[in-house]
Design a protein around this ligand. Sequence first.
Ligand code: NAD
Length: 422
Amino acid sequence: MVADKQADSNKSDDILLSTQEVIKTALNKLGYPEEAYELMKEPVRMMTVRIPVRMDDGKIKIFTGYRAQHNDAVGPTKGGVRFHPNVTENEVRALSIWMSLKAGIVDLPYGGGKGGIICDPRKMSFRELEALSRGYVRAISQIVGPTKDIPAPDVFTNSQIMAWMMDEYSRIDEFNNPGFITGKPIVLGGSHGRESATAKGVTICIEEACKKLGIEIKGARVVVQGFGNAGSFLAKFMYDMGAKIIAISDAEGALHDPDGLDIDYLLDRRDSFGTVTNLFEDTISNEEMLELDTDILVPAAIENQITKDNAHNIKASIVVEAANGPTTLEATKILTERDILIVPDVLASSGGVTVSYFEWVQNNQGYYWKEEEVQEKLREVLVKSFNNVYTTAQNRQIDMRLAAYMVGVRKLTEAARFRGWI
Ligand code: NAD
């Protein structure tokens, strides 16, 4: 257990260090001075909170939570809250930087924020989760709010948790304040299209990438790692467009059929944690699945799946990162040298924060949009952002990740410069 915690902490240090490395290169290439990197390499604000919760057995348990605000030069910070046993301070820091990059890439008036609580929601009752969610909001209430920092769902948090958090914040503020948080249920001011927004954004990136490489979506072979929120919606969208989903996976293994899997059937049978492969005997491992012969590979599960050890064996023409951090920097280099097009996480998974922004706009104006309006606006933003990053990569002869970081960090740095911070 202690060794596990150490491994998680090392992993999050790696994520922070590699994020800082690419930010540094991006700022150098953009011609900004060293002070710009000094400002951008860490969140401007990091709060650690201790949250007492009375558990169902009558005992009090103290949970540790974090909220990181990377940079608010452009506007309020924005980003999800993760409930997970492996949350670490450095992971939350790195994730807040990624949120700044995403907001910059899709050109939202936000900086990045992120929160996390060390807990295992799979082992907690509904009542305990409500108490923890409300306790977290009370603990961070002074630094968050619709004009300061706007939370949202992330790993193992959902619209119910957002609803409790919104209610608690509204009580503290003494008026109904839906713009405090996004990813809410529709009846509490949530936006149409939010639940599937990340996968929709990934799908639009795949469509654009396929146009560049001359790949026809109908009949294209797709491998999806992870069958949770991002992976399952993505598989369904691609399946409905006529692509052949030849493999999907979850934490327990992968299903492979070269003729294409029946995604509707699998969606019907998966559980709420995105597990379905345990119902089948004929499975392959996640490692084998990543190396299958395919046109498109979508890692949509966890970090560090494509590394220097397997990057040489990846056979996909396009790797689209729906997950955060699935490819290491060494692997990025190898894939790029092998002419495999990578659509990096900060671009590919930015559909979620884009529709979260739409939700906040709707809350602020008190006027709600139809599903079609949300989808149309999302498409416009994602197509433009993809092409912006792609053109930057082509013009500067750099990989898509560095190009995305350059596009993402520019607006924030300019805003900080105009404010006289650097
Ligand atoms: P989720 O919890 O709904 O699903 C995760 C899936 O990954 C499940 O099918 C699970 O079984 C599988 N998985 C877990 N461990 C695995 C392992 N070791 N090997 C293979 N599969 C494994 O999570 P999600 O919301 O779909 O998020 C997936 C990824 O996408 C994460 O990296 C997340 O940060 C990123 N992401 C999600 C959103 C969103 O809106 N949901 C937005 C941006 C980025």
